[in-house]
Design a protein around this ligand. Structure first.
Ligand code: PLP
Length: 498
């Protein structure tokens, strides 16, 4: 393909994409295919001779689209949103064209510098404390990670490294492996599975703090758990596998070793906007405890973080000043296509110091870059998407998008509340409604099965207080009241009685 053909095909592709998105609601939101459907539709080997472009495009409709779950459909109400907007898609094209791998300032100065400035813009939109903003006298700054899972892992590894160094400063004879075996991190029992995975990957124990009746962790609960762990000698910095049940249990640790716990307690991961029900941990209570205990507080606000650009939601972020790191996904709710997960740290040195390796071939005079903040070396020019979207929507446009989706969620909530057969299962704060038919879990499982099989709307479940609950998340940029009303009619038609 030469430049002339690229121009022609590029225009065609833009038309195809615009048509796809304009007419997306005519497609069944959930595909009607069985696992393995695709293998039988394509050759077993890559073509030796070049294929024809028109044939590829025909195959997109024949092979790919039948197997696509249409996340941008206004009838997609599953998981959380996958942000999408035209400016972000155009910026992504430009990113592909520039095609740089911005692992250092020298590898592409604009890539490194725009990212730093965009994280400052966004940090200021969220009214983050000054110490998180790079362009100030503070010691912090922001970086784009691919996903919230990666941000959580990076924070855990940085906290782990800090804890090991702290212990070794006073006890130089302690081996790193010995200290690591005693580390324990805490998170909410409602935290996303990626938090537990971070502890598995990081090789440290994670304790789950129970939540209150709003599915949030308060200061009292964390404190109680820390005290109990300390007092009882049930200190989970050593774990054993229960051979019979094949499960992990904390082991009684000898009282004489209790003092070692200050080496053990090293991180708390709070969630603002839990995946199941969009609950908010009480970080104004948790923050001071973490600071007192010398625990790194990481805040995972993967979905809800975008809403903090609206003054009416910003109070939910109060307490951020106690955090060591904070992350959310503009690729969920801020109209910036995947991947764009933004992470800020209070002290750059905590994260850079933990992961810095400097081979000669990567050295240059201006060392500033994001590669010390993440696992991969390579970095795409993802800040272009942020720049295009922020400039073309403006803060007001982005706030309008958030507010519209919250209003739609409230509209759905009213529909549910007006029908005596259903109940709301958690407070509706943002764009997520947790609801169920009054009755057994089986009844609700059957309802969801019927919804999924109808392919007209798409929802996923969660479990709250042992109950099978349906999640209705307003996701698509183009969802409006008509779609919400249609979805509710579908749900009531498909609902059944015991
Ligand atoms: N944390 C929370 C609260 C989430 O809701 C999710 C996903 O929905 C994640 C983390 C994981 O996000 P990612 O796919 O960016 O790792």
């Amino acid at each position: 393909m030469d430049a002339a053909e690229f121009r022609r095909r590029g225009r065609e592709m833009v038309d195809y994409v615009a048509d796809y998105l304009e007419n997306i609601e005519q497609r069944p939101v959930y595909p009607d295919v069985e696992p393995g459907y695709l293998r039988s539709l394509i050759p077993t080997e890559a073509p030796l001779e070049p294929d024809n472009y028109d044939d590829i495009i025909k195959d997109v409709e024949r092979i790919i689209m039948p197997g696509v779950t249409h996340w941008q459909s206004p009838y997609f109400f599953a998981y959380f949103p996958a942000a999408s907007s035209y400016p972000a898609m155009l910026a992504d094209m430009l990113c592909g064209a520039i095609g740089c791998i911005g692992f250092s300032w020298a590898a592409s100065p604009a890539c490194t510098e725009l990212e730093t400035v965009m994280l400052d813009w966004l940090g200021k939109m969220l009214k983050l404390p000054e110490h998180f903003i790079a362009g100030t006298h503070g010691h912090g700054g922001g970086v784009i990670q691919s996903t919230a899972s990666e941000a959580t892992l990076m924070s855990l590894l940085a906290a782990r490294c800090k804890a090991v160094r702290r212990v070794q400063e006073t006890n130089p004879e302690r081996l790193e492996a010995e200290v690591l075996s005693k580390l324990v991190a805490y998170s909410s029992e409602q935290a996303h599975s990626s938090v537990e995975r971070a502890s598995l990957i990081g090789g440290v124990m994670m304790r789950k703090v129970p939540t209150d009746n709003t599915y949030a962790v308060g200061g009292g609960m964390l404190k109680k758990m820390l005290e109990e762990d300390r007092a009882a000698g049930l200190i989970p910095f050593y774990v054993r596998k229960d051979k019979k049940k094949n499960s992990i249990h904390p082991v009684h640790y000898h009282k004489a070793c209790v003092n070692d716990l200050c080496a053990g307690v090293f991180q708390f991961c709070a969630t603002l906007g839990t995946t199941s029900s969009c609950a908010f941990d009480h970080i104004t209570e948790l923050g001071p405890i973490c600071n007192e205990e010398n625990m790194w507080m990481h805040i995972d606000a993967a979905y809800a973080g975008s809403a903090f650009i609206c003054p009416e939601f910003r109070p939910l972020l109060n307490g951020i000043e106690f955090a060591d790191s904070f992350n959310f996904n503009p690729h969920k709710w801020l109209l910036i296509n995947f991947d764009c997960s933004t992470m800020w740290v209070k002290k750059r040195q905590d994260i850079i110091g933990a992961f810095k390796v400097e081979p000669l071939y990567l050295k240059h005079e201006n060392q500033e870059s994001g590669r010390h903040w993440q696992i991969p070396l390579g970095r795409r020019f993802r800040s272009l998407k942020m720049w295009f979207v922020f400039r073309l929507y403006g803060i007001e446009g982005l706030q309008a998008h958030i507010r519209k989706q919250v209003v739609l969620a409230k509209e759905f909530e009213s529909l549910v509340r007006a029908d005596k057969r259903f109940e709301i299962c958690a407070e509706v704060v943002m764009g997520l409604v947790c609801f169920r038919l009054k009755g057994s879990n089986e009844l609700n499982q059957l309802l969801l099965k019927r919804i999924t099989e109808s392919r007209t709307i798409h929802l996923v479940p969660c479990q709250l207080s042992g109950l099978f609950v349906l999640r209705f998340a307003v996701c698509s940029r183009v969802t409006d009241s008509g779609h919400v009303q249609h979805a509710w009619r579908q749900i009531t038609q498909l609902s059944c009685e015991e």
